[in-house]
Design a protein around this ligand. Structure first.
Ligand code: PLP
Length: 474
C-alpha cells in the first residue's frame, strides 16, 4: 500500500468507523458465535501473495463483525464502560502514523512532554495535591491498565520498605525482608489487586468490608495488628474508589492515617469512578487522596479516551524510577537526568504516544462537556434505579453512587436471580452481567454507551420486567 492507496483506504476506513458507530444500535449487542467460528472463515496460513485492500475490507463484515460484542451499543450494560470518542480515535490515528517509541525523552520529546503535561492537566482537574504534579519528586504517567498501575505501585512500595529496613539493618538481604512483606486489599477489590501481590511475590491480606462494601480504618488496623504479631511487615494498602462489583468506596479518610502510622504505602485504585471526580459534586469521594502515595484512574473507562489510557500519579516516583534503573550506553542522551525517561515509570520498555488521544479529548470536549457526559450517565443510572424501585418484585441491592445500578428479585434465591440473568443473556437484546457480594447474587446494570438514552433505559427495564415474569412463573 503506497501513500495514495492509503489516502483512499484511510478515508474508506474512517467512513466505515463513523457508519459503524452511528448505526451500532442496529446490530445485536452480544456476539452469538460459537468458539472456533473464525478459524473456519480464514485460510490456515499467511497468503503467499498479497491480498488486496478491497478483499481485506470486505472481510471486516464477514469475518470480524459476527464475533464482535458491541461495547459502544446503547444496550451494552455489562462490566464498566470502555470509552470511545471521535477525537480519541483521531489521536490514536496520528499516534500510529508517527509510530514512535517514547522510551526516552530523546526518542520523541513531544511524546514525553505531552504526557507529563496531560497528566498535570488531569491531576489539576481532579484537584490532586500539588506533590502529584510534575516539577518535584512526583508526577503522572500513562500506563496501559489499572492492573499494571497496581503492580508498578507495589514495586515502588516494595522498594521503599526495602530501603527503610536495610537502613535500619544493613545485614539484611532483600529476600529476608520480602518473605515477610504483606499487602492489604478489601474483599471487594478488583482481582488485579491480589494478582499484583501474586506477581510481586508478597502476601496479601484480604480485609473484610463493612455493610456498605467499604474498607474501614478499624478493620485495616486490626488486620495489620494481627500480621505484626506474626512478625510480618505491612508495607502496602491497595484501596478502591468505585469497586467493580457495586461501585462502593473505601474510606480513605480513615485508612490514610492508619497507613501513615504504620509506614505503609497507600495506592488508590479509582479505575472507573475516578473520572467522575472532575465534577465538584463527586470530588468528595476522593477526599483522603492526600494520604496516598500513588493513585490511578482510567480515562479509557469513563473519560471518552479509547483504550488504553490509565493515569497513574506518584507523590515520589523515585521509589519506582531509581531501584529499577538500567542505563546501557545506547540509551544515553545529552539531557539525561534533566528530563524524565518514562520507560523507568513502567514495566515494558517501549511506549506508545498515548497522550495524543488524551490531549485531543481534553481540548475538544473541554471541562464542561466532560462533566456533562459524566452527569448524564449518572442521571441515567438514577432513572433506571427509579424504575427498579417502582416494581415491588425487585429491589436495588446497593447504593447507587455513579453509573451502576445493582438489583435483584426481592426475596428470591441466588438461583432464581441467576436464572433471570441467563434468560436475559439468551434473549440477547441487552447485555448485563451478574455479580456476588457477601454471598448475595445480583445483576449489575451499568450505563456504558455514549448513545444510551432514557428510551434505551426504559426498553431495558421493560425487557427485564417481562423476563422476570416468565422466570417467576416457571
Ligand atoms: N480496578 C477496578 C476498580 C476495576 O473496576 C477494573 C476493571 O473494571 C480494574 C481495576 C481493571 O482494569 P484494567 O483493565 O485497566 O486493568
Amino acid at each position: 500500500m503506497d501513500a495514495e492507496e492509503f489516502r483512499s483506504a484511510g478515508k474508506e476506513m474512517v467512513d466505515y468507523i463513523a457508519d459503524y458507530l452511528e448505526n451500532v444500535r442496529e446490530r445485536p449487542v452480544v456476539s452469538a458465535v460459537e468458539p472456533g467460528y473464525l478459524k473456519k472463515l480464514i485460510p490456515d496460513a499467511v497468503p503467499e501473495d498479497s491480498d488486496k485492500w478491497e478483499d481485506v475490507y470486505k472481510d471486516i463484515e464477514k469475518v470480524i463483525m459476527p464475533g464482535v460484542t458491541h461495547w459502544q451499543h446503547p444496550n451494552f450494560h455489562a462490566y464498566y464502560l470502555s470509552a470511545s470518542s471521535y477525537p480519541a480515535i483521531l489521536g490514536d490515528m496520528l499516534s500510529d502514523g508517527i509510530g514512535c517509541l517514547g522510551f526516552s525523552w530523546k526518542t520523541s520529546p513531544a511524546c514525553t512532554e505531552l504526557e507529563v503535561a496531560m497528566m498535570d492537566w488531569l491531576g489539576k482537574l481532579l484537584q490532586l495535591p500539588e506533590e502529584f504534579l510534575s516539577g518535584g519528586k512526583g508526577g503522572g504517567v500513562i500506563q496501559g491498565t489499572a492492573s499494571g498501575s497496581s503492580l508498578v505501585s507495589l514495586f515502588a512500595a516494595r522498594s521503599r520498605i526495602l530501603q527503610k529496613k536495610k537502613a535500619e539493618n544493613p545485614d539484611l538481604e532483600d529476600s529476608d525482608i520480602i518473605k515477610n512483606l504483606v499487602a492489604y486489599t478489601p474483599d471487594e477489590a478488583h482481582t488485579s489487586a491480589e494478582k499484583a501481590c501474586l506477581l510481586g511475590g508478597v502476601k496479601c491480606h484480604v480485609v473484610p468490608t463493612d455493610d456498605e462494601e467499604s474498607m474501614r480504618g478499624e478493620a485495616l488496623a486490626k488486620a495489620i495488628e494481627e500480621d505484626k504479631a506474626k512478625g510480618l511487615i505491612p508495607f502496602l494498602v491497595i484501596a478502591t474508589l468505585g469497586t467493580t462489583p457495586t461501585c462502593a468506596f473505601d474510606n480513605l479518610l480513615e485508612i490514610g492515617p492508619v497507613c501513615q502510622r504504620e509506614g505503609a504505602w497507600l495506592h488508590v485504585d479509582a479505575a472507573y469512578a475516578g473520572a467522575a471526580f472532575i465534577c465538584p459534586e463527586f470530588r468528595h469521594w476522593l477526599n483522603g487522596v492526600e494520604f496516598s502515595d500513588s493513585s490511578n484512574f482510567n480515562p479509557h473507562k469513563w473519560l471518552l479516551v479509547n483504550f488504553d489510557c490509565a493515569g497513574l500519579w506518584f507523590k515520589d516516583a523515585s521509589y519506582l524510577v531509581d531501584p529499577f534503573n538500567m542505563e546501557p550506553v545506547y540509551l544515553r542522551h545529552e539531557h539525561h537526568g534533566k528530563v524524565p525517561d518514562l520507560r523507568h515509570w513502567q514495566i515494558p520498555f517501549g511506549r506508545r504516544f498515548r497522550s495524543m488521544k488524551l490531549w485531543f479529548v481534553l481540548r475538544m470536549f473541554g471541562v464542561k462537556k466532560l462533566q456533562e457526559h459524566i452527569r448524564k450517565m449518572v442521571q441515567l443510572a438514577h432513572d433506571f434505579e427509579d424504575l427498579v424501585k417502582s416494581d415491588s418484585r425487585f429491589e436495588v441491592t446497593h447504593k447507587v453512587t455513579m453509573g451502576l445500578v445493582c438489583f435483584a428479585l426481592k426475596n428470591q434465591s441466588n438461583e432464581v436471580n441467576e436464572k433471570l440473568l441467563k434468560s436475559l443473556t439468551k434473549d440477547g437484546r441487552i447485555y448485563l452481567v451478574g455479580c456476588k457480594s457477601k454471598g448475595r447474587y445480583f445483576l449489575r446494570f451499568a450505563i456504558c454507551g455514549n448513545q444510551t438514552t432514557t428510551d434505551d433505559i426504559k426498553f431495558a427495564w421493560k425487557l427485564i420486567s417481562e423476563t422476570a415474569e416468565k422466570v417467576l412463573d416457571s
